[in-house]
Design a protein around this ligand. Structure first.
Ligand code: 5RP
Length: 263
């Protein structure tokens, strides 16, 4: 995991060969997610220990990795959720654990929002804590998105998920609301309070106008008793792979889809 600063952000598309090689046939989100997810599978090399992210975009990466394994590639996966674990098993991807492999070569994961500093909001699928643990243990973090995820300020549009011990929900909710956020307890499809793979609750916290001081907010939230983790991923991402109508684009730190609409 490389340390990052925003630095100068040129209006540049990234790396050679990334554009034009594969064109998307349509602009619907599924096509663009697939393009990003499948392209990112190229970041995995023979013998790698790979963090397997969670969500509909990175599922395309897992499917591509399953095909690579079937063709003879050797890799070991560490899933970031029960959902990814069961998909990886279905696809024949051999799994390992942080106990056996505390350092991963690369993790590929999705995101709900990405800003120009490559900071993220994650946790739309409720897997933020395991995703952050695996990301922090990885030498490289590659994020796969469609262009709708690129934003100027985090957590204005997509609320910041915070994973909380269930009994602490009322107090944590109040404390985060006092920070200026609109806070909602996430519900499951059946209308009950949603529970994560860890058995915790999720608070979705929208900050009108977006989060200004990301580091302050991340630390303040994580200091509230009862908070397990929040979905701000700061200084963790090495590369973004975006599925665009013109094909996949790989962005490295300091690069952005500068001359394109980002919403
Ligand atoms: C799960 C996540 C996902 O990576 C994020 O929600 C993006 O999902 P999708 O690719 O389905 O849009 O953080 O906790």
């Amino acid at each position: 995991m490389a340390g990052k600063g925003l630095g100068a952000v040129p209006n540049a598309y990234a790396t050679s060969g990334a554009r034009g090689r594969m064109r998307a046939t349509g602009s619907d989100p599924t096509t663009l997610k697939r393009l990003a997810g499948e392209t990112a599978a190229e970041e995995v090399h023979d013998g790698d220990v790979v963090g397997l992210g969670t969500g509909s975009t990175v599922e395309w990466t897992l499917k591509a990795l399953g095909r690579k394994v079937a063709e003879g590639m050797s890799l070991l996966g560490i899933p970031t959720s029960l959902r990814s674990e069961s998909l990886a098993k279905e696809l024949g991807i051999p799994l390992t654990s942080l106990e056996e492999h505390p350092v991963l070569d690369v993790t590929i994961d999705g995101a709900d929002e990405v800003d120009r500093a490559f900071d993220l909001v994650k946790g739309g699928g409720g897997a933020l804590t395991r995703e952050k643990i695996v990301a922090a243990a990885s030498k490289r973090e590659v994020i796969v998105v469609d262009p709708s995820k690129l934003v100027e300020r985090l957590a204005d549009r997509f609320p910041l998920p915070v994973e909380v011990v269930p009994m602490a929900v009322p107090t944590v909710r109040r404390t985060i609301a006092d920070m200026g956020a609109e806070v909602v307890v996430r519900k499951a499809d059946d209308g009950t309070d949603m529970r994560t793979d860890n058995g915790f609750a999720i608070l979705d916290c929208r900050f009108p106008g977006g989060i200004g001081d990301k580091r302050y907010v991340e630390q303040e939230i994580n200091n509230i008793p009862g908070v397990l983790e929040n979905g701000l991923f700061l200084d963790m991402t090495d590369r973004i792979v975006v599925g665009t109508e013109d094909g996949p684009v790989r962005l490295d730190t300091g690069q952005w889809l500068g001359d394109r609409p980002v919403h």
